[in-house]
Design a protein around this ligand. Structure first.
Ligand code: GAP
Length: 431
């Protein structure tokens, strides 16, 4: 099954695996291996560079993971953040937060945060002052969240400790200016329809952010459009703090269809009122409203692996683009003799600072190619006898397995073009 195949590669190659397997890993806790960590950082950097650039007054902050009970009393989580749990024929509400007893007597109750969002809310006034009292103001956190999920057995999808990337946009409730003209004719994928932004009956600022989110998935991550959609949640489904709530969903074979990987939440002044965060703004006292862009990083990683996984007769591969692939370039000697490894090492050294690179010389060339295909490495460079005579190498395209010869003096330039998506056929004569 596809899910097992991906989990198997993830574990064998160092993307991720259950944490503490030697002690009988607990479900819902995972370790990122060396490749998964690179991929996760790449996703987080893309997210950061894209969403924080939406406005000059959006910044990232960092907070502790353990917050006091008062935060969650006021946020509503102590009362509302639960799932139904059936025991002895009775259904009870089970609160999903992990509580901690803090202090030498253990008499201070604190909680691992169940969403990063509360951290920017309670830091709002400090940052509002530090950022010269301007709205809109955005505070993002990429950090851990913790939930004592009742049933975390869905592989790498429902975790008990996970990473969220969330941007909280604070604004004067009557006014969040956006450049609507830029997206008014852009078509959003909502459930099974495509609808122009100007025809969607939600506030303009809300629709604008739906468009920006869709563009992030289609244009940056390269998700095929039929695998992405929004879904509007009705009153029974939406989170207790939301007025408008659309989930972002990716279509994953491993999970039998579209599954939530994030959400766009119009939380109104719910949170700022709960935390008693009024400010004087524009000559009046207001509780800022919050628009929240919320993404589960781990779920996005799983989504990318599901969508880009491909099984062929003789190999498995991930069709990652360079923005998310953990290794962009691999360098191999064709054989381990005749000064070929020395030349290959020299080439590796010359490119490793510019690309995410891997050097391998263990096993036959066929096996080395397969191993790199299996982790989604985009470009493979092989050094052979001809390389010593002609100062050139072969460049192999992961997807088509086609190869060209490239002069070493032009290697970096060619790799850059290739990784930007130029077809290998346009970069040289196929061999
Ligand atoms: N601050 C809003 C918030 O936390 P949410 O819908 O509860 O909203 C946001 O969570 C995102 O966090 C989800 O869309 C999902 O991607 C991720 N997430 C939530 N629970 C998760 C879990 N148990 N394991 C992995 N990711 C999870």
């Amino acid at each position: 099954m596809k899910s097992e195949e991906i989990l198997n590669i993830a574990s064998k190659r160092g993307f991720f695996f259950p944490s503490g397997e030697i002690y009988g890993a607990k479900s819902g806790f995972w370790t990122y291996g060396h490749l998964g960590t690179i991929m996760k950082h790449k996703f987080e950097d893309l997210w950061r560079n894209y969403f924080l650039k939406l406005n000059d007054n959006y910044f990232e902050i960092e907070d502790v993971n353990i917050l006091s009970e008062d935060v969650f009393k006021n946020s509503g989580h102590l009362k509302h953040f639960h799932d139904p749990l059936e025991e002895n024929g009775k259904t009870e509400n089970f609160n999903l937060m992990f509580g901690l007893k803090v202090g030498v007597k253990g008499d201070e109750m604190m909680y691992l945060r169940p969403e990063t969002a509360q951290s920017p809310y309670i830091a709002f006034k400090n940052e509002f002052m530090a950022l010269r009292e301007r709205l809109p103001m955005g505070l993002a956190i990429i950090g851990k969240a913790f939930r004592n999920e009742i049933n975390p057995r869905q592989g790498f999808f429902r975790l008990r400790e996970f990473t969220q990337a969330e941007l909280q946009i604070f604004f004067d409730g009557n006014n969040l200016d956006v450049n609507f003209d830029e997206i008014k004719d852009y078509k959003l994928r909502i459930s099974d329809k495509e609808i122009k932004c100007k025809d969607i009956k939600e506030p303009k600022f809300y629709v604008y952010h739906l468009a920006k989110i869709q563009q992030f998935y289609l244009d940056l991550l390269g998700i095929p459009k039929e695998k992405f959609r929004f879904r509007k949640l009705d009153n029974n489904e939406k989170a207790f703090y939301n007025k408008v709530h659309y989930d972002l969903e990716l279509k994953m074979d491993t999970l039998n269809g579209f599954k939530e990987i994030g959400g766009l939440h119009y939380r109104t002044d719910y949170d700022m009122k709960n935390h008693n965060m009024s400010i004087n703004y524009d000559g009046k006292k207001i509780y800022p409203h919050v628009l929240e862009l919320s993404f589960g990083v781990d779920r996005n990683i799983w989504g990318l692996m599901d969508i880009f996984y491909k099984k062929e007769k003789e190999r498995s591969l991930f069709l990652f683009n360079k923005k998310v692939s953990p290794v962009e370039v691999a360098v191999f000697p064709l054989v381990n003799k005749d000064k070929i490894p020395e030349k290959a090492k020299e080439i590796y050294e010359s490119v490793k600072n510019e690309f995410n690179c891997f050097y391998d010389s263990k096993g036959s060339i066929g096996k080395m190619y397969r191993r790199m295909d299996e982790i989604g490495c985009n470009a493979m460079i092989t050094v052979d006898h001809e390389s010593l005579k002609n100062n050139d190498v072969t460049l192999r395209d992961r997807d088509s397995m086609k190869q060209i010869r490239v002069k070493i003096s032009e290697l970096k330039e060619t790799l850059n073009k290739f990784l930007d998506g130029v077809d290998i056929k346009k970069l040289g004569k196929l061999i």
